[in-house]
Write a protein that binds this ligand. Structure first.
Ligand code: NDP
Length: 314
């Protein structure tokens, strides 16, 4: 076997709560897991502020701190964490193959996928043009740059509500653009937004165009009931309209639904390929919580261990 090929028992792809939890369990079961973090080590929790709903943290915890704790726990039991992205896989044979960005080829007896999901964009040209010039999909990362300035945020789910509340602590006014006459966010988050004096909710409102050449100068919105257009002068424009699963590299190999979420067998993390297991947001479009991702990461490691035992690999 060439230097560029490495054989491992358990390869974990992705480093959110699912990946790191799988790593803790796999390492403690002596599978000597190797974990590739992907392009955003720590995953979506790295761009979250207070996590108040993860059991075991009675006072809440910051997302990045929690992921740091997860990583340390995984490493404590011997997980090799590599800050690299897996760019290609081949699941055609009994030993599964994966390639890192550096060109390294990994052969693994089992694979745990925990590649998560990424932010969606509106898809209008001005959003693209003003990206990182006032347009952002991460209030927690970029909100600070808009301290003291008016901003808009599009979306009406828990993410948008959470980010609007976050921005309201930095900005004199936050305009929330909601395309229907109700919000999808949980009741408690809606109440938080509605009780915040400096958040203005614009109902039935869609983004027509983000204005500005070199930086955001405003947003032209359209009321989809009346057709009326108006301009809101803002310096920042945040997009919080949901996520899509990061499963592109698996599309030739694994069963997924029409939106790209991996399909696992009932009550299991097994995919339709033997020895390949899926966990976290890459396969969950319903719950999408850190704690459920961690739970399915645990399932994937237990399933991988059982599989390797049955195959007499361990
Ligand atoms: P969601 O899919 O729940 O919400 C997306 C929102 O964006 C919806 O309100 C949707 O509108 C709106 N939207 C979608 N496309 C457009 C568009 N083109 N223009 C305008 N608006 C658009 O995504 P979230 O990221 O908010 O949440 C994902 C999951 O994570 C949920 O299950 C949520 O509960 C969970 N979550 C939990 C948190 C917590 O518990 N602290 C924090 C953050 C997320 P419409 O309603 O009209 O479809």
């Amino acid at each position: 076997m060439s230097d560029k090929i490495e054989h491992v028992k358990c390869l974990i792809i992705g480093s959110g709560p699912a990946g790191y939890t799988a790593a803790v369990y796999a390492a403690r079961a002596n599978l000597a897991p190797v974990l590739y973090t992907g392009p955003e080590p720590g995953g979506q929790l790295m761009i979250t502020t207070d996590v108040e709903n993860y059991p075991g943290y009675p006072d809440g915890v910051m997302g990045p701190q929690m992921m740091d704790d997860f990583r340390k726990q995984a490493e404590r039991f011997g997980t090799q964490v590599r800050m690299e992205k897996i760019v290609k896989v081949d699941f055609s044979g009994p030993v599964h193959k994966a390639w890192g960005e550096s060109g390294k080829e990994i052969h693994s007896d089992s694979i745990i996928i925990s590649t998560g999901a990424s932010a969606k964009w509106l898809g209008i040209p001005s959003e693209q043009r003003l990206m990182n010039k006032g347009v952002s999909a991460c209030a927690v990362c970029d909100g600070f740059f808009f301290k003291g300035l008016e901003v808009a945020i599009v979306g009406a789910g828990d993410t948008a509500a959470e980010e609007a509340s976050y921005l309201a602590k930095l900005c004199p006014r936050v305009h929330m653009l909601v395309r229907r006459d109700e919000m999808r966010a949980s009741k408690i988050m809606q109440k938080r937004v509605m009780d915040t004096e400096n958040i203005t909710i614009h109902w039935n409102t869609e983004t027509d165009e983000i204005l500005g050449e070199e930086e955001v100068e405003g947003v032209r919105v359209i009321n989809n009931k009346t057709g009326e257009k108006s301009v809101i002068p803002v310096k920042g424009f945040f997009v919080a309209i949901g996520h899509k699963p990061n499963t592109g590299i698996f599309k030739d190999w694994l069963k997924m639904d029409e939106t790209g979420y991996l399909i696992t067998q009932p009550d299991s993390s097994r995919t339709d390929v033997e020895g390949v297991f899926a966990s976290g947001d890459a396969q969950d479009k319903i719950y999408r919580q850190a704690v459920t991702a961690a739970g399915t990461g645990c399932m994937a490691a237990l399933d991988a261990e059982r599989y390797l035992t049955e195959k007499e690999i361990i």
